[in-house]
Write a protein that binds this ligand. Structure first.
Ligand SMILES: Nc1ncnc2c1ncn2[C@@H]1O[C@H](COP(=O)(O)OP(=O)(O)OP(=O)(O)O)[C@@H](O)[C@H]1O
Ligand SMILES: Nc1nc2c(c(=O)[nH]1)N[C@H]1C(S)=C(S)[C@@H](COP(=O)(O)O)O[C@H]1N2
Length: 177
């Protein structure tokens, strides 16, 4: 039996972490992934405040626990407390700018402020980390835009193999030569 892919979802929000509003981002991302990914997955979720050290520690812990993929929602904007990109770069080994470019392009069709998000993707060891804006509606927009490339990216990083429902996301893996 192959191990299920381990996917972590980290919500970064001062107010959701204090219980001032219900976190819709974490559950929304989990529901989206469970609909789209057809192979076995284990999904872990956590909420943290917009604090660079706390976010970076949570990311390191998830990587050490063998996460194949981490989705981070929130804290990518220009406000002084938006420090998700800084925390992500604290733990990153490599950046994949194409993720941010494509997610912003897709979001721009919905909101002109899409360009304010500093969202991107990085890897640390075999773990791929993708950042997404905090607005819960951004999750489907952004994941729809990039998920087709994620299974092959995980293959190349040596992470778990994931399969998707092709009626939702047609994962692209180049044919072996
Ligand atoms: N996890 C979440 N669950 C529900 N709604 C959210 C979440 N994150 C953000 N939002 C909504 O999207 C808006 C913009 O998100 P943003 O990340 O800029 O929040 P913020 O103003 O920095 O506040 P906070 O960090 O306290 O969530 C928020 O004001 C809130 O209405
Ligand atoms: N799809 C989508 N992208 C979006 C938004 C949105 O509502 N939907 N909000 C934008 C706004 S207003 C901001 S400030 C940035 C950063 O959001 P964050 O700080 O919640 O990460 O994401 C942008 N990208």
């Amino acid at each position: 039996m192959t191990q299920p892919a381990r996917i972590a979802i980290l919500t970064v929000s001062d107010r959701a972490s204090r219980g001032e509003y219900e976190d819709k981002g974490g559950p929304g991302a989990e529901a989206w992934l469970r609909e789209v990914i057809t192979s076995d997955v284990e999904i872990l979720r956590r909420i943290v405040p917009d604090l660079r050290g706390v976010i970076a520690d949570a990311l390191r812990e998830y990587c050490d626990e063998g996460a194949d993929l981490i989705l981070v929602t929130g804290g990518t904007g220009p406000a002084p407390r938006d420090v998700t990109p800084e925390a992500v770069f604290d733990v990153a080994e490599r950046e994949y700018p194409g993720f941010g470019e494509e997610m912003r392009r897709a979001s721009l069709a919905e909101v002109p402020t899409a360009i304010l998000s500093r969202q991107t993707a990085v890897s640390r060891g075999k773990t791929l980390i993708i950042t997404i804006p905090g607005k819960p509606s951004a999750i489907a927009t952004c994941l729809n835009a990039v998920l087709a490339a994620v299974p092959y990216c995980l293959d190349l990083l040596g992470a778990a193999r994931i399969e998707t429902d092709p009626t939702r996301i047609k994962a692209f893996r180049p044919k072996p030569k």
